[in-house]
Design a protein around this ligand. Sequence first.
Ligand SMILES: Nc1ncnc2c1ncn2[C@@H]1O[C@H](COP(=O)(O)OP(=O)(O)OP(=O)(O)O)[C@@H](O)[C@H]1O
Length: 251
Amino acid sequence: MENKDYILELENVSMKFGGLLAVNEVSFNLERGKILGVIGPNGAGKTTMFNTITGFYQGYTGTVKFNGASMNKKKVNERCKLGIARTFQVTRPFEKNTLLENVMVGSFYGQAKKPKMKECEEEAEELLEFVGLADKKDEYAMSLNVAQRKKLELARALSTKPSLLLLDEVIGGLNPTEVLEMMDVIKDINGRGVSILMIEHVMKAITGVSDSMVVINHGQKLIEGNPKEVMNDPEVIEAYLGSAARRDVHA
Ligand SMILES: Nc1ncnc2c1ncn2[C@@H]1O[C@H](COP(=O)(O)OP(=O)(O)OP(=O)(O)O)[C@@H](O)[C@H]1O
């Protein structure tokens, strides 16, 4: 039997808010070094699932394993220091700080071994260069447009030196040129050896970068497979994605 190396394993993960089962017995694995795309309609439970992986929600049942070890008893900061980082759907930079300072905070507080301030600065500069914001390093975060804020969000997540990166809609809201740029950045991050789990509604983008995909619907896993299999699955197309998505995928 093939022995795959999984960086992330979800085993029957469920999360309830009162009577609402937002995530319902979800199981899947992410192979080390790969990109796994997560799609599903609004309210399907994708972000809630992210929050069980990062440890923001502790009240879930089932098991979240990272590098083969259960994370269930570990808090957000512990999981972060072990190598799990995320971006947020709604970006939350420190608006009145410079881009450099925003990224340095992540380096300083998010890494397992606290680096010296000078190292944080060098790392932050390198990351801003990597995401294409080097020329804005001394500007305030509040001066950025949507695409730039998303790139800053990525640099901040990377500053904690993750081996697993969770991306929550980093492509949504970008224009077509910015989408292509962001897809390249995501592939480059993956090229640095970072495994990626990403939620995205922009179908062309997520099918373009993902090695495999999981579809979540009403809190449950509907199907998983390679992007082509998933996007051609009649149940996914008709019952869930609908004709708008079909147009988007096949355009
Ligand atoms: N903190 C919360 N308290 C109560 N209900 C919540 C909470 N967070 C999410 N929910 C509910 O859980 C369900 C799943 O929400 P979630 O945000 O995880 O969906 P999603 O798939 O990420 O949606 P979207 O694509 O719109 O971001 C929804 O019905 C939502 O209203």
